[in-house]
Design a protein around this ligand. Sequence first.
Ligand code: MN
Length: 233
Amino acid sequence: MIYVISDLHGYPFDKFLGLLKKARFADDDTLYILGDVIDRGADGIKYLQWSLNQPNVTLLLGNHEKMMRECDFLFDKNVSDSLKDLNGLQRINLTIWMANGAEPTVEGLFALSDEERTEIGLYLYALPVYKRIRVGEKEYLLVHSGLRDFRADKPLEEYSTDDMVWGRPALTDRYYDDIITVFGHTPSWFFGSAHEGKIIFSETWIDIDAGAASGFPPVLLRLDDMVQFSEKT
Ligand SMILES: [Mn+2]
């Protein structure tokens, strides 16, 4: 079975494990987390440390992991001990990330050993930006934000990383006719209060960001049969 979830944003890690248990997620199942495990909530670093050790869990790059990566100077103990040494671009990158809820992630990072911090730094650079998968008869494209400036005839390699992690689709947008695009990043409440806390299924895409960053429980979706799991179900 293939499961997808997105935008956990530091959602309590024990609750997340409870969700997997509820779904009877097993070693021969696969979970794709579509980015943004860190920031806003407290447990972001726990997701990074956990997922990098799970052979059947793939974390895709989200814009928050990308911001963290752009602050990789924080992984250098000497720099983190003396933030005054940061150059202009490093200060800008850190300011952007902090303005996007990075405080608990930065605190978590400083609490790690040098080895643990290095391991996470290398992991961030290895995160894939998108995945093409097949589940049963259906083709899926998994990507954090959907595709900015989408054109059906444009090869995926031509989208920049930012097009894939910072896009902001409209409810009326259409992607591929023969591939279902699954993304997060835009919480479903953004498309109107009727969608609050729920996954949105359109004809060509599925938005699985139920809004954990805004207090709505995340929803785990099983692609094989479209069964949903959350705190309530
Ligand atoms: Mn995002």
